[in-house]
Design a protein around this ligand. Structure first.
Ligand code: UD1
Length: 367
């Protein structure tokens, strides 16, 4: 009998599901893995399974890309018969991508309990598709695991019973610690050693879907690149938009890479003088690595990276980006410290909590 059906769909899910699957196996909890296929390129998906030792998915929905509505609906349609066949005691979802919400919604409507890993993060920006996914997934989850304490206040504000929330720490940081000594040296990924460099990642619709915003960002990046070489692993949607908007010339001089694997990215970040990003996860990974991070967004759902970590919000404003860059060049940027429970044991805490919570286990929840 499968107790927990675990779901992963897109690149940022894979590093979160890896330690959860391992910890469930270690705790003797019977789990299966389902891949929705939201990300399907080898570089966006398969390489993570190989690098992180994630078991081959028991189920693959192969949904692929589409508008948010199409993608979410396709996952829902294809997930329902699998859920019906597997009959798990609970569905476990991670993060905030479309696959997270789609599978949580199907499970909740079929009366299957939902576990959300990385619950309660809020940017309070409903313009972000992920924010909608977070709010709705949390509302229909039965058990909510948080990465930082601020998440509990967000959940309570939305009427969620604190008894259903557990602060376990950050499973993505479990993965980071587990694989740090296997990180690929930057010189290997870049083909040559660079004495100092910045890494840039850019894929959020708010930054890359409008020619003016994307063009202005690439201009500042070009300025930075003249002082500190910028390495840019290009997300497929960003590459497509740069071409569509006729901005390819603005990439001149940057160290362009295709999407890189987990171990390559870890090595690139660890050795970087600075990371510039609009990713959620990278804000946390740079905090764990102690590398200064300038986040190209107006807000963050991960405030602990600002208050305790190495992260600074700079938005898409060229003046703010320049000023923060100068600060890193002169003072080295924020030093930061490692947040509570980001200790490599978050997934183990989750497995322990599930052991007590799942039906038929000792200490079973009666609600
Ligand atoms: C998704 C997540 C985002 C996460 C990001 C990491 C949602 C709402 N967004 O955004 O939170 O930070 O993943 O990458 O779920 N594409 C490929 N190959 C792939 C996957 C996508 O070429 O394997 C291209 C397609 O043109 C696709 C586009 O990238 O239309 C966007 O992919 P999609 O999964 O819709 O969203 P992401 O921008 O990747």
């Amino acid at each position: 009998m499968t107790q927990v059906l675990c779901v992963a769909g897109a690149r940022p899910n894979f590093m979160k599901i890896a330690p959860v699957m391992a910890a469930l196996a270690e705790a003797g909890i019977a789990a299966q893995l389902l891949h929705t296929g939201q990300h399907y390129d080898a570089a966006m998906s398969d390489s993570f399974f190989a690098d992180l030792g994630i078991p081959r998915p028991d189920h693959h929905l192969e949904v692929g890309s589409g508008s948010h509505a199409v993608q979410t609906a396709e996952v829902m349609k294809r997930f329902e018969p699998v859920l019906e066949a597997v009959q798990p005691q609970a569905v476990l979802v991670v993060g905030d991508v479309n696959s997270t919400l789609a599978c949580a919604l199907v499970a909740a409507k079929r009366g299957v309990r939902v576990i959300h890993v990385e619950a309660g993060l809020r940017s309070y920006d409903r313009g972000m598709p992920e924010e909608i996914n977070r709010v709705l997934t949390d509302q229909i989850s039965d058990l909510l695991f948080t990465t930082e304490k601020s998440a509990l206040a967000n959940l309570v504000r939305e009427g969620i019973d604190p008894a259903r929330v557990a602060f376990v720490g950050n499973v993505m940081i479990d993965t980071l610690y587990r694989h740090l000594d296997r990180a690929v040296p930057a010189s290997g990924t870049l083909g040559a050693a660079l004495p100092a460099y910045a890494v840039l990642t850019l894929h959020r619709p708010s930054n890359v879907d409008h020619p003016d915003t994307l063009g202005a960002l690439l201009d500042v990046v070009g300025e930075i690149n003249r002082r500190l070489p910028v390495v840019l692993p290009l997300h497929p949607r960003t590459r497509a938009n740069i071409e569509k908007f006729g901005l390819t010339a603005k990439l001149d001089g940057l160290r362009l890479l295709p999407p890189v694997g987990y171990l390559e990215m870890l090595g690139l970040m660890r050795e970087a003088k600075l990371v510039l990003t609009d990713s959620g996860g990278i804000q946390e990974e740079t905090t764990a690595l102690g590398v200064p991070c300038l986040t190209l967004r107006e807000n963050t759902e991960r405030p602990i990276t600002l208050t305790e970590g190495t992260n600074t919000l700079v938005g898409a404003n060229p003046a703010a980006i320049r000023a923060a860059f100068e600060d890193v060049m002169t003072s080295g940027g924020k030093a930061g410290r490692i947040p509570e429970n980001w200790d490599g044991r978050a997934a183990t805490r989750i497995a322990h909590a599930l052991h007590a919570w799942l039906p038929g286990q000792k200490g079973r929840r009666t609600a």
